[in-house]
Design a protein around this ligand. Structure first.
Ligand code: TRP
Length: 335
């Protein structure tokens, strides 16, 4: 118990805005699973962030449940990690409002993601898209998280979270712990199979660039077969000169545990056709148990429900303590 108290706390989240990708598995979730013993871990499904872009309600619901199952299938043990849905813990919305009042219009206007997303959703530049970082700051600060595992694209959001927390603490004393972004040492940055200069992304227009965690084997194999390489015909790791081949090598390396040297040797004298086939097959085998386990879990709705309910209870307990403190500090009358 004493040990528990001293563990550093981790919080992270993924939006159920699309199906989980090979990139979200290798770049994030796979690494999270390894942190459970050392840290006190909270993983959220950021469904409130997802509605900043218009969603089909039934799809959002289905993806949220599937994502809970997939988290577990990827090795996030619900006994060791708190797995919860953001909208199940009202404190997120409640703290977000307070933090809105401590977040400046100017700093929100400068967020890269806001600029990108408002360009992409020109017909729906809503206030939620604008105040998104304050909600994300609430997600993190409610749990007094020490570390926030995120990809490079989210670092700016952790920075603004620190700025908001610092501003609030400056007025009211040490209410919030200042979180650090956490980039795990072992983590893959999986790039698109068709435009290997870009990160593999579920929002990629070209669906051949993105492999989904729960995708059918034949579709996975087809996508790897079509993956962009170069005209060198040589399997060699060189991300700058050979981004496509290097990305495939990275994926193959994580999937098989082989080093780049070993992979270069294995395909010495063979063509890209053999190489891409091998990578595709390795990914199919890597994802097979996850897909099967996710399907098995999805057939057991009662179990999944018990996981996210327990998660919401545990998360609410911690979150409400922070929220009460904040409400008191800003001068709200106790109920
Ligand atoms: N904004 C993150 C993303 O789109 C998801 C997210 C929401 C998150 N709240 C968070 C990540 C809190 C880390 C911590 O990827």
């Amino acid at each position: 118990m004493e040990n528990e108290v001293q563990k550093k706390r981790i919080l992270s989240g993924i939006q159920p805005s699309g199906d989980l990708t090979l990139g979200s598995y290798l770049g994030a979730i796979k690494n999270w699973a390894a942190l459970a013993d050392e840290y006190d871990c909270y993983y959220m499904l950021a469904d409130m962030h997802t509605i900043t872009v218009r969603q089909v309600p039934a799809d959002l619901r289905r993806r949220t449940l599937t994502q809970v199952a997939a988290y577990i299938a990827c090795g996030l043990d619900p006994e060791k990690n708190v797995l919860f849905v953001q909208s199940h813990v009202p404190a997120h919305a409640q703290l977000a409002w307070v933090l809105d009042c401590y977040t400046m219009f100017g700093e929100l206007s400068r967020m890269t993601q806001f600029k990108d997303k408002s360009a992409k959703n020109a017909d729906n530049i809503n206030a939620g898209l604008f105040t998104y970082p304050a909600l994300m700051a609430a997600d993190i600060l409610l749990y007094q998280a020490d570390l926030v595992p995120v990809g490079g694209d989210q670092k700016q959001h952790v920075e603004i979270c620190r700025d908001i927390a610092t501003r609030f603490n400056g007025v009211y004393g040490d209410v919030f712990k200042l979180p650090e972004p956490y980039i795990p040492q072992v983590g893959a940055r999986v790039m698109s199979l068709t435009t290997p200069e870009n990160k593999m992304s579920k929002s990629d227009k070209d669906q051949n660039g993105c492999v989904y965690m729960l995708e059918k084997p034949e579709d996975i194999l087809r996508k790897f077969k079509k993956a962009v390489t170069d005209s060198d015909a040589c399997v060699r790791y060189d991300p700058a000169a050979k981004p496509g081949v290097s990305n495939l090598m990275q994926i193959y390396s994580v999937a098989t545990g082989r080093s780049y040297g070993e992979i270069e040797q294995e395909f010495d004298g063979l063509g890209y056709g053999d190489f891409k086939k091998a990578v595709g097959e390795a990914v199919v085998e890597l994802l097979r148990p996850i897909r099967e386990e996710t399907e098995r879990l999805l057939a057991d709705k009662a179990y999944l429900e018990s996981v996210y309910r327990t998660g919401a209870e545990k998360a609410s307990y911690v979150a409400n303590r922070t929220l009460s403190k904040v409400y008191k500090k800003v001068g709200f009358l106790a109920r």
